[in-house]
Design a protein around this ligand. Structure first.
Ligand SMILES: [Zn+2]
Length: 393
């Protein structure tokens, strides 16, 4: 049995290999765009849709026309076609939900940065010599900072700026249960504090995180002043991307640390349902005259920071989920109704009890606490109730 797990490592191609990797990216991007073009054309001219399987079959025709595309194996080509297929799937899904998504787009060089091998052909992880063998590229050095357990089934290789990473998907990863601690915790995910626990702990991203976020905001402002198409703008875009990566990496490290700590310390961990929480917290979207999102500088920035924030919460929830499963801890997700307005001591619910971003003072019993910690206590109560219900039923 066992579970699925994804391990991510940096890889360090030598110059020749990096050139080859760039070449695969270029060829796969061509393939992606060509397949997208074919789907568009088939629909426009013949009202016919092209399936992933048809595309895979026509891959063999490439052997005559463009043999270099297949130089790196068929698996990576199928991986690219899978990506396109997923893009269409989510496009149709969103259409069905009544949204107005953009049609899948042609990928420019800067928007096509990853390659995937969805089966075990065309690559091999040689853990003992810390190398990843990629067909047509060679043995690339991997920074294996931890052991890969289970059976590797698929990989994704991606480029971020000048750096390269590999994600290795494994199945059959054996769990490593931890001894019970007899402690339980509720967690409130916030904007000022990433995490507040019912034990009274507040965790924010720290000075380094704030500095990185501020640097990102500066780089974004700087970018706006640059003229379109200029060299300075190109460099400014690169700087923004770099700051983005830095912020993202720092948040990922923090999420790893926090989730590890929580899973080590508690038998029961209760979280809010992120989707519902997001809907409650998200400011109402401002719609333009024809139903589109109104572009607005300030709004766009807050939207961007918000998307990073959402990603941070999602990441933390995901890490908690897999670490809890691995350690045999119980994780409950509850609907976050009234968690910020209810008093965790007397259950009195009143909007006015929340005095400010940080202060909660119950209008009925006078209980005073940090607002996020009070919310975290409510989350814990909701989780216990849910667990009791699940056990009774
Ligand atoms: Zn009260």
């Amino acid at each position: 049995m066992g579970q699925c797990r994804t391990f991510q490592f940096g890889i360090h191609p030598i110059c020749k290999q990096a050139i080859a990797l760039d070449r695969v990216l270029r060829l796969q991007r061509e393939l992606y765009n060509a397949a997208l073009e074919a789907r568009r054309g088939a629909w426009r001219w013949e009202r016919r849709s092209v399936s992933y399987f048809q595309e895979c079959r026509s891959l063999t025709e490439l052997r005559g026309a463009r043999p270099e595309v297949l130089e790196f194996g068929g698996t990576v080509c199928r991986g690219t076609l899978t990506r396109l297929d997923r893009a269409f799937d989510s496009f149709f899904e969103r259409c069905q939900r009544g949204e107005k998504p953009g049609y899948p787009r042609f990928k420019s060089r800067s928007r096509f940065n990853s390659l995937q091998w969805d089966d075990t052909k065309g690559w091999k992880l040689k853990a003992d010599v810390r190398r990843l063998h990629l067909h047509g590229i060679g043995d690339v050095r991997v920074h294996l900072h931890r052991e890969v357990t289970g059976t590797p089934k698929a990989i994704t290789v991606k480029r971020e700026g000048r750096r390269w990473f590999v994600s290795i998907r494994c199945v059959g990863v054996e769990p490593t249960p931890l001894a019970p601690t007899g402690r339980e915790v509720g967690i409130d995910l916030g904007i000022v504090n990433l995490v507040a626990t019912s034990d009274g702990e507040l965790i924010d991203e720290g000075r380094f995180g704030r500095n990185a976020a501020a640097a990102l905001a500066r780089a974004q402002r700087d970018l706006k002043r640059k003229q379109r198409g200029s060299n300075r703008r190109r460099r400014a875009v690169e700087r923004v991307a770099q700051h983005h990566r830095r912020v993202r990496n720092q948040r990922r490290d923090l999420a790893h640390k926090v989730s590890r700590q929580l899973v080590n310390d508690f038998d029961l961990i209760v979280l809010e349902d992120l989707k519902v929480a997001n809907m409650l917290r998200r400011p109402k979207p401002r719609l333009g005259p024809n139903g589109t999102f109104e572009p607005n500088g300030a709004k766009a920035k807050s939207g961007l920071n918000r998307s990073i924030q959402d990603a941070g919460w999602g990441q933390l929830t995901w890490m908690l989920a897999y670490k809890a499963e691995d350690a045999g801890r119980e994780l409950h997700i509850v609907a976050p109704q009234f968690t910020s307005q209810r008093c965790s001591r007397c259950e009195h619910t009143d909007e006015a009890s929340r005095r400010s971003q940080a202060v909660f003072r119950c209008t009925a019993c006078g209980f005073e606490a940090h607002a996020d910690i009070n919310a975290a206590c409510n989350v814990l109560w909701a989780g216990r109730a849910q667990r009791a219900l699940a056990r009774a039923g």
